[in-house]
Structure formats: structure tokens, C-alpha cells
Ligand binder design. Structure first.
Ligand code: DUC
Ligand code: ZN
Ligand code: ZN
Length: 475
């Protein structure tokens, strides 16, 4: 008879497909049984009244990354993954950024030094390709894809990262030949530069003007251009951090045309607005919300929800990109006060992604709990080559599980957070539904707000090819 290291008993097991009351039997870090009335395990967890869901996979986080006009980030791998676990996640996929003039392999080596031995949850890496030399595309990329770095991000803006159209086409082509998935940051470089300089000349330098400098048209134009390049090369792409209805329309149009365009949205685009950047009396507290693309308005929230409900978006991520608010490294450091363009660009959110989507989505009746699981876990695993190891609860999957109290009411506050940043953009935001226990490969990693997992418990995940990119190439 099967023996279990642990049985999670009597909870409501939710996957992307099904909702059933069942016990979950775990052995050697894997789910081995989902059934009624399993025999006793060595350890028993009473999950009555709780949802038993796959641990969250946040496929868009930045840790220990020196970029985005910022000083050092507020999170390295230890605090960032601690925060992830506290928020119900068991896997994150941060980025290994290639600095121009250096090799992709060097970037991967450097980020492993940051992550290995420090991470509390499992992790993979996307590459960020900023220097698409023939060697990078022809030699390094094939070798890295073979080693399990099967996705890469490119930027259409930022001085030190932007690729021109020819370069984008070359990267799409090279990635497509390998079956790697290309993630695209869609905001137009020249339009942003033009607006930034114009605003600064007019003395409009407060954090709020960050949002004015990159309106939806800037995202829409870039999204359309990326889609056109995808069409020309025949290579699927994932448009990340989509912020509003104008880009949604482009993606919907492309998908209706039969193009393989995938898309991600993030917590801030259903819960923050550009008005948050104003701060009190236009002071620098608006910088707490500076991220790119910027949060928009209530109409955009509705457009994003419509995209979520109609399948425009496969993944819902945090784009956790944490900076301090106070201090010489903070968002209001001396130079940042001279113009919005110098405000470190990003916000911390890995810990609140699941609670905010659950509360705004499931509790308010916009999505089903199964869609919640797809958007926060299963689709990330499928999109980024982690399925069927991660992303569901069924025999053979890693026992990465979050026990979720669907009734628990919490007011988000910095005092509850485990991240390294000194603030949360969602201070005072009320949610219903909260993770009460997180299991990583069958071991309790967090319980009732206390993180138990230790640095080094997280394992590096070499990833297979994207299920979606592969499927599209095959068809
Ligand atoms: N893009 C990201 O993906 N994260 C933070 C800032 C940015 O421009
Ligand atoms: Zn980006
Ligand atoms: Zn990002």
C-alpha cells in the first residue's frame, strides 16, 4: 500500500480544470495521489474550509538586477523569494540581464552567483538580450537554450537596452529557429524621449509626468510593431506587462488574424492608476508608483479585465521590480528630484499578486477560481517550459501547493510584507482571500505569515521549450 510523507486532508482541490473536495497524498516531494479518504500520512494537514491550489508561479520578477535607471534593487534572491513564498508562490522566473559589451553566458553566470544558495523558492532565468551580436545569436543563444534558458526578453525602449527594428527581427528569427520564446517590452523609444524632453523643458518634472511621457499610444504603437515583426518572421512572441485597452485591441486583432501573440498583464494594471503617481500635493511620494508601462485609469482596468476574461492574457504576473523609497538608493534620491526620468523605475509586488487577483477577480465574480489558478500558475508553467513538473496538482507534479483561506480579510500593509523594500504601493488596500500555508516540494515553506523555508532550499529549474511556442511552430 502507498505510504505518504504528508496528507493534506479534506480541502477543496482547485486546478485550472477542476474543483473537487479531496485529500492530497505527497511522497518524496511529489504529489502521488488525489483521492477521497486516503490512508494516514506521516504528517497530516487539515485543510477543511481551505482551497488547495498549485503554488503560484510568478514568471516576471526582477531580483538583484541593476537596471531601469535605478540604483541597487531592494531585493536580492533571499528577500525576493521570501516575499514570493509569503505570497503563496513556489517558483519565480527572474531575468539574467546581458549588459552591452558582455556575453550572455557571463550574465547567466553572474545571476547564478546571486541566486544559488540564496533562493528560498525554485527559480529559472529568462535572458535579457541587449547586444544581439552574431556571436550572441549564433553561438551563445543556442547553447543557453539547450541548457534550459528557453525564453528571452527584448526591449523597445531604454538607452542601454533598446533594440532597433532590424535587431528585433534578427532576435525573433534566431529565437524562432531554436523554439525559444521571445518576451517583448512594448514602448516606443523615440516617442518617450520626445515626450520626456518636452515635459522637462516645460518644467513638468514631478513623478506624475512619468505617466504623461509614456501614454497608451506609445505602448499601442510598439505592440503593433512587435506584432508585425512576429508576423514577418513567423515567430510567436509574448507581450509582457500590458497596461491598457489600446494594446489589448492590438493583441486581440493579431490573434483574430491567427497570429501567435501571447500576452501578460500585472497586478498594477487592475489596481493602480496614474493618479497614484500624483502623490500628496505633487510631492515625491508619487514616485512610489513609478513603473513602466505606467498604471492608467479605471477604463483601462475594465479593458484589462475584458482581456483576462476573453483569453487575450495567458499570464498574470507581478513585474516585481523593487526599489527603496527613502535613502540614497531610494526613489526620491537627489537626482530623482530633478526629473521623473531619474526615478528608479519599478515597484515591489510579488507578495500581493495572488491576493489582489483573487480578491478583485474571484471574490468580485469576474473570473472563476479555476481561471485564477490558470492565470497565476498553470499557464506560466506551460508558457515557460515547466509543465508538467510545476503548475497543477495531480500525480507526478512537484508538491508545490498553497493552502488558501478564501474568507480571510486582510488590509495590505508594509508591516505584513517580507520584501526588502521599505514600502508597498498597496498600503491600505483591502483584500479577501489570503495564503495561509505554502508547501515547496512537499515541505512547509510558510505558515500563517511566517516563512519557514531557508535560503538555499530553492532549486534552479532548467526549463524545457515553451509548450506554446513549440505548438505554434509545429502547426
Ligand atoms: N520593464 C519591466 O519589465 N520591469 C520594470 C520596468 C520595465 O521597464
Ligand atoms: Zn519591461
Ligand atoms: Zn519587468
Amino acid at each position: 500500500m502507498q505510504t505518504f510523507d504528508m496528507v493534506i486532508r479534506g480541502g477543496t482541490v482547485v486546478t485550472a480544470a477542476d474543483t473537487v473536495v479531496a485529500d492530497v497524498g505527497i511522497a518524496d516531494g511529489k504529489v502521488v495521489a488525489v483521492a477521497l479518504d486516503l490512508p494516514a500520512g506521516r504528517e497530516e494537514i487539515n485543510a477543511k474550509g481551505l482551497l488547495v491550489m498549485p503554488g503560484g508561479i510568478d514568471s516576471h520578477v526582477h531580483l538583484a538586477q541593476p537596471a531601469f535607471g535605478g540604483p541597487a534593487m531592494a531585493d536580492g534572491f533571499e528577500t525576493g523569494t521570501r516575499s514570493a513564498i509569503a505570497g503563496g508562490n513556489t517558483t519565480v522566473i527572474p531575468f539574467a540581464l546581458q549588459s552591452r559589451g558582455t556575453s550572455l553566458r557571463q550574465a547567466v553566470t553572474d545571476y547564478h552567483k546571486e541566486a544559488d544558495g540564496n533562493a528560498l523558492c525554485d527559480y529559472g532565468f529568462h535572458l535579457i538580450l541587449t547586444d544581439p551580436t552574431p556571436a550572441a545569436l549564433g553561438q551563445e543563444l543556442p547553447a543557453l537554450v539547450a541548457d534550459g534558458y528557453t525564453s528571452l526578453k527584448v526591449f523597445m525602449t531604454y538607452d542601454d537596452m533598446v533594440l532597433n527594428d532590424r535587431e528585433l527581427l534578427e532576435v525573433f528569427d534566431a529565437a524562432g529557429a531554436l523554439g525559444a520564446l521571445v518576451m517583448v517590452h512594448c514602448e516606443g523609444y523615440d516617442a518617450i524621449r520626445f515626450m520626456t524632453e518636452k515635459l522637462e523643458k516645460a518644467g513638468k518634472i514631478a513623478p506624475y509626468y512619468h505617466a504623461v511621457s509614456r501614454p497608451q499610444s506609445v505602448e499601442r504603437e510598439a505592440a503593433h510593431r512587435a506584432i508585425s515583426h512576429s508576423e514577418l518572421t513567423g515567430v510567436p512572441i509574448m507581450i509582457v506587462h500590458v497596461s491598457g485597452g489600446e494594446a489589448v485591441e492590438q493583441i486581440r486583432w493579431a490573434r483574430n488574424k491567427g497570429l501567435s501573440i501571447f500576452a501578460e498583464t500585472c497586478t498594477q494594471y487592475i489596481s493602480l492608476t496614474a493618479d497614484d503617481l500624483k502623490g500628496l500635493n505633487m510631492d515625491e511620494s508619487g514616485s512610489k508608483y513609478v513603473c513602466s508601462p505606467p498604471p492608467r485609469d479605471h477604463a483601462s482596468w475594465e479593458a484589462i479585465w475584458s482581456g483576462i476574461k476573453t483569453g487575450v492574457f495567458q499570464t498574470f504576473s507581478s513585474d516585481h521590480c523593487p526599489f527603496f523609497f527613502e535613502g540614497p538608493l531610494g526613489k526620491k534620491h537627489a537626482k530623482a528630484r530633478t526629473s521623473f526620468r531619474w526615478v528608479p523605475n519599478g515597484i515591489p509586488g510579488v507578495e500581493v499578486r495572488m491576493p489582489i487577483l483573487y480578491s478583485e477577480g474571484v471574490v468580485k465574480g469576474r473570473i472563476s477560481v479555476n481561471e485564477f489558478v490558470a492565470l497565476t500558475s498553470t499557464n506560466h508553467a506551460k508558457m515557460y517550459g515547466l509543465y508538467p513538473k510545476k503548475g497543477s496538482i495531480a500525480p507526478g507534479f512537484d508538491a508545490d501547493i498553497v493552502l488558501w483561506d478564501p474568507e480571510k480579510k486582510v488590509t495590505i500593509s508594509q508591516t505584513l510584507m517580507h520584501h526588502g523594500a521599505d514600502y508597498t504601493p498597496w498600503e491600505g488596500f483591502d483584500v479577501t482571500g489570503w495564503p495561509v500555508m505554502t508547501l515547496l516540494r512537499g515541505k512547509i515553506a510558510a505558515r500563517d505569515g511566517e516563512v519557514i523555508a531557508q535560503p538555499g532550499q530553492g532549486q534552479f529549474l532548467p526549463r524545457a521549450m515553451s509548450y506554446f511556442a513549440k505548438a505554434q511552430i509545429a502547426s
